[in-house]
Ligand binder design. Sequence first.
Ligand SMILES: Cc1cc2nc3c(=O)[nH]c(=O)nc-3n(C[C@H](O)[C@H](O)[C@H](O)COP(=O)(O)O)c2cc1C
Length: 215
Amino acid sequence: MDLDKLMNKHLTRAFDPSKAIPEETLQKLLRFLRSTPTSTNIQPNHFYVLATAEGKERLVAHLGERFQDNSEKILNASHTIILTTRADLPDSHLEEVFAKETADGRFPDPAKRALWQSMTRDFLNLRNYGYKDVNHWMEKQTYMALGMTMMAAAELGVEAMPLEGFDPTSVDKGFKIREAGHTTTVLLALGYPDPARVYSDPISRFEADRLFTFV
Ligand SMILES: Cc1cc2nc3c(=O)[nH]c(=O)nc-3n(C[C@H](O)[C@H](O)[C@H](O)COP(=O)(O)O)c2cc1C
């Protein structure tokens, strides 16, 4: 990955519709996305991978009127991922996480496993009843998966464009996401840039002294 190049480039606003991500590359990216960590290993996500014209058109039809400027990006991208997050956190989900961890051999020592599970429950009680931010907390996990997947895409030579311009209620409806107990958090369009429409003007960010405090 060329970090110097990455630091100075714009996100991709225009994809080349003639270029598709090779299946092997896509599968590697999805394996990476599956591997991204979450706080307490809560894994609150489900990802809709739109690989067909039908899928992308359905998303565009449900973006919402004021977000139509994102339509072209999605239609010309090779793939778009809808990153969804659980709408609630029932105990049954936690039990599934614990069962999978046990099946995967994460805590072979039963005492350590019990301690981990009790610490997790404690932490979730704090989010639920103390901070009262369990949905926001789960969505923060989704954004970390988004960021890490953007970096993995760069490593694979794929351009990744995050999109917050959509109506979540409408997208949820279009893919029956609420019925699955989730809600749409953010979109990620993936593909290759249209070489005729790459921005050449400099990126604009605050200076380092505005951003960093060394103590
Ligand atoms: C999480 C996230 C969501 C974004 N959503 C959109 C979007 O819906 N539509 C769009 O055109 N740009 C979107 N952007 C692009 C930002 O507006 C852009 O990164 C910012 O203005 C800086 O521009 P640059 O990346 O070209 O330097 C998004 C960027 C991020 C990080």
